[in-house]
Design a protein around this ligand. Structure first.
Ligand code: GLY
Length: 352
């Protein structure tokens, strides 16, 4: 088992290893002792791992209540969130109990927002079951739900008490879902770690535990230096501004990881076109994404993507922060005037 410590407004461990689900009760009790646990999962993940987690929690003397909702991004909305809060209230959950989020980013984001707001805040634990959530969403305390106008528009920074990543749950992921997570892993290589970028040229599965720990360490380091996303943390948004626009234009039929892959390829080509990184860097990023069967182009043009980018919450007045690579392992934050966005995007949409 590997442990990465996160020292933010709250300090907690991220535990990464195989078979941790069976030990979840005692591990959670050590970090967040409580009488009752509100287990939140979507229907797919609950049918796979719900029983095992309830067994483990019961064995550590937690009384477990459950809230199971239909899987998919469409559930990350105000209705599901309010149903969860109502379920907590009806079951008599108190602020001294804990919420346990079992699943991917949708579950973690929504359960975390419920934990942040129920009775003005209660402790919570993340048990990520997707690669994407293991390396990104479960660490750093961003919680949110989507509003009709866009993704993650209502939310809170609310750090968990523990993150428990059982790598054996990732082995059952459908290939498309696993590949989605690979996009976020590649992101860490580009923004912060050239050695990781090189490591990813070899098959990822045999080195999964190591690679997750490296990604979580990078995220921990970034979150520790800028928990509330006013500066350096923005580098984690590499690929996300264009990516969110692609997701939005597609009515969310393009998955998050694939949209981020497109966003990273577009940002890299845009950076190369402006002389911010060598052309070889953009080509290498594009080649690695392609090797992981991730897309590097989109059917949507600047006329559709720019308005979607402008409604993103990363916009600040007249500029939007674009995260662009300087070389593999290093990127910069480039505040881009809104009226320059169209040209930059068009340059990035041109295929090399
Ligand atoms: N997913 C980006 C962040 O946590 O800041």
């Amino acid at each position: 088992m590997k442990t990465v410590h996160v020292s933010a407004s709250k300090s907690y461990d991220v535990l990464i290893g195989s078979g941790l689900l069976e030990q979840a009760g005692s591990l959670i009790r050590a970090a967040a002792p409580a009488g009752r646990a509100m287990l939140v999962a979507d229907d797919t993940v609950f049918s796979l791992y719900g029983a095992a987690l309830i067994r483990a929690l019961n064995a550590a003397d937690y009384a477990v209540e459950t809230f199971v909702f239909p899987h998919g991004e469409a559930s990350k909305n105000g209705n599901t969130y309010l149903s969860l809060l109502n379920a907590m209230a009806e079951k008599g959950i108190t602020r001294s109990d804990i919420t346990v989020a079992l699943g991917g980013g949708v579950t973690g984001d929504m359960a975390g927002f419920a934990a942040a707001t129920y009775m003005r805040g209660m402790r919570w634990v993340q048990v990520p079951t997707t690669l994407l959530s293991a390396v990104d969403a479960s660490v750093g305390g961003k919680t949110a739900i989507d509003l009709p106008s866009g993704k993650n528009l209502a939310g809170a920074f609310w750090q968990p008490s523990l993150v428990l990543c059982d790598c054996s749950t990732l082995a059952t992921l459908p290939e498309a879902v696993f590949t989605d997570g690979c996009a976020e892993v590649i992101k860490y290589g580009v923004i912060a770690d050239a050695a990781l970028f090189e490591q990813l040229k070899n098959p990822i599965q045999p080195q999964l535990e190591d690679i997750i720990a490296v990604c979580v360490s990078i995220k921990s380091d970034v979150v520790q230096s800028d928990e509330f996303d006013t500066g350096r943390r923005k580098i984690l948004n590499f690929g996300h501004t264009v990516g969110h626009a692609v997701e939005k234009c597609s009515g969310f039929s393009v998955s998050h990881g694939r949209a981020v892959a497109i966003g990273m390829a577009v940002a890299s080509r845009a950076a190369s076109s402006r002389g911010l990184c060598p052309a070889a860097c953009a080509e290498e990023i594009q080649a690695l994404l392609t090797a992981y069967s991730l897309p590097v182009t989109t059917e949507y043009g600047a006329e559709a993507l720019v308005p979607a980018m402008l409604s993103d919450k990363k916009r600040a007045g007249g500029t939007i922060d674009m995260i662009l690579p300087r070389k593999t392992g290093e990127c910069g934050i480039f505040p881009t005037p809104v009226d320059a966005l169209d040209g930059l995007l068009r340059a990035g949409l041109e295929v090399l």
